[in-house]
Write a protein that binds this ligand. Structure first.
Ligand code: HEC
Length: 138
């Protein structure tokens, strides 16, 4: 008969209380749209203007808009990597290249349409695409 009554040790000091610090939740939404869409945008209808952040995506812009002509050198478009063709153009200075890309340009070989024909592109994206091509061609 030595059954000791269950030791109700009433010293229940809540040991493992859930931590109160549930403050910093690192799920803050990224503001910069990381456009993961491999867009084959021949006709990008209007509203992707704001979605693409400024700059940084020169290659994306190039592939979706500029490569149409520039990848294959259609109607005399200088191909990225063609140093002989790009050399004299780069020598004009980036500002001139930007201007020609943004506003269009009639050269000896052909006609570069304003913004590559995709006038809904933000200026910064067009410039980024120029940078991309120039970087390939130095
Ligand atoms: C419809 C075809 C076409 C598309 C699309 C196109 N280009 Fe061009 N681009 C040309 C042609 C053709 C030339 C060369 C004109 C010449 O030198 O006679 C050219 C030349 C250029 C030049 C050199 C300008 C200079 O001063 O020598 C730049 C920079 C350029 N394009 C940027 C772009 C960018 C950036 C895009 C995309 C946003 C783009 N192009 C899309 C046809 C195109």
């Amino acid at each position: 008969m030595a059954t000791a009554p269950a030791t109700t040790d009433s010293s229940t000091t809540t040991a493992a209380a859930p931590a109160t610090g549930s403050t910093t939740d690192p799920s803050s939404s990224s503001t910069v749209a990381s456009s993961s869409g491999s867009s084959s945008g021949m006709d990008s209808s209007a509203n992707n203007t704001a979605a693409m952040g400024a700059g940084g995506n020169g290659q994306t812009i190039y592939s979706s808009t500029c490569a149409l002509c520039h990848a294959a050198g259609v109607t005399g478009a200088p191909k990225p990597g063609d140093k002989a063709d790009w050399g004299p153009r780069i020598a004009q200075g980036k500002d001139t290249l930007y201007k020609h890309a943004l506003a269009g340009f009639q050269g000896k070989k052909g006609m570069m349409p304003p913004k590559g024909g995709n006038t809904s592109l933000p200026d910064a994206d067009v410039k980024a695409a120029v940078d991309f091509m120039v970087d390939q061609s130095k």
